[in-house]
Design a protein around this ligand. Structure first.
Ligand code: HEC
Length: 227
């Protein structure tokens, strides 16, 4: 934007939605990371692309720049998260950033820097587990849906499709077993890893959540089978 003329000067197409903010420097540069994990530099006056760097995981934060002993650095926290990744499944899963697969890092760049980034696995989509002997009860799944929306959606993703900052529960074996689900949710055995404790959930609630997760897992498989 030209703030004086209040006019758009250039634009670039973004890969899908939920891309982070920009950083503009006095040296005529604009930096932006993208949801698809690429960090880019543009000429501020023309929008010409000058540099790009694949970071191996989706980006949600804008970079910052600073000088130490006269040397300028650019730093960015890599990782895809925030409210946008807990929306509808199509948005959440668009780039295939998976919890435990794609490393979150603090990356720092300088003009003299010559380190290479360790390789990251390619993007992947969660593989929903289908359990044929689990009969989904529509009423229970509906109840589970409400409980999920209230308690779980912000981290595990809309429609139980995770965006990458918590495991995809359709692909996790833990919700298949009531005991396991109780350990993780009610007992809070993974609190240290960022999975909160839900002491108030009853076994009836957990069973409803199980039915909901299986319904969502089956939906994924059915959607794939339909051309
Ligand atoms: C604040 C974010 C957050 C919320 C809210 C949340 N979770 Fe989690 N959950 C996590 C994280 C992070 C992990 C991974 C912990 C680890 O690394 O072991 C996790 C792990 C799990 C696992 C284990 C999955 C696996 O394969 O290891 C289950 C099951 C689970 N959560 C169920 C739920 C349910 C059910 C709810 C809602 C009642 C819920 N979670 C709400 C963040 C959250």
């Amino acid at each position: 934007m030209d703030p004086v003329k209040q006019k758009k000067v250039w634009e670039v197409k973004q890969p899908g939605v939920w891309n982070p903010g920009t950083l503009t420097t006095a040296g005529n540069l604009v930096f932006q990371g993208r949801a698809d994990g690429v960090l880019l530099a543009y000429r501020a006056d023309t929008g010409d692309k000058l540099w790009e760097f694949p970071t191996g995981v989706g980006l949600s934060a804008p970079p910052i720049t600073y000088t130490v002993d006269g040397k300028q650095y650019l730093s960015i926290l890599t990782g895809w998260g925030g409210a946008g990744t807990s929306m509808a499944g199509s948005i959440t899963a668009q780039h295939g950033w998976a919890y435990r697969m794609h490393p979150r890092r603090l990356l720092t760049f300088s003009l003299e820097g010559n380190a290479t980034l360790p390789p990251a696995p390619p993007p992947m989509q969660a593989k929903a587990i289908v359990k044929d002997d689990f009969q989904v009860d529509a009423m229970l799944a509906e109840q589970g849906s409400k409980l999920f929306l209230k308690n779980c959606v912000t981290c595990h993703g809309g429609g139980a499709v995770a965006g990458g900052y918590a495991p995809d529960l359709r692909a996790s074996p833990i919700p298949l077993y009531l005991d396991g689900l109780r350990e993780v949710t009610v007992k809070g055995v993974r609190v240290n890893a960022g999975m909160p404790r839900f002491q108030e959930l009853t076994d009836a609630d957990l069973i409803a959540i199980q039915h909901y997760i299986r319904r969502q897992a089956n939906k994924t498989i059915e959607a794939k089978a339909t051309p």
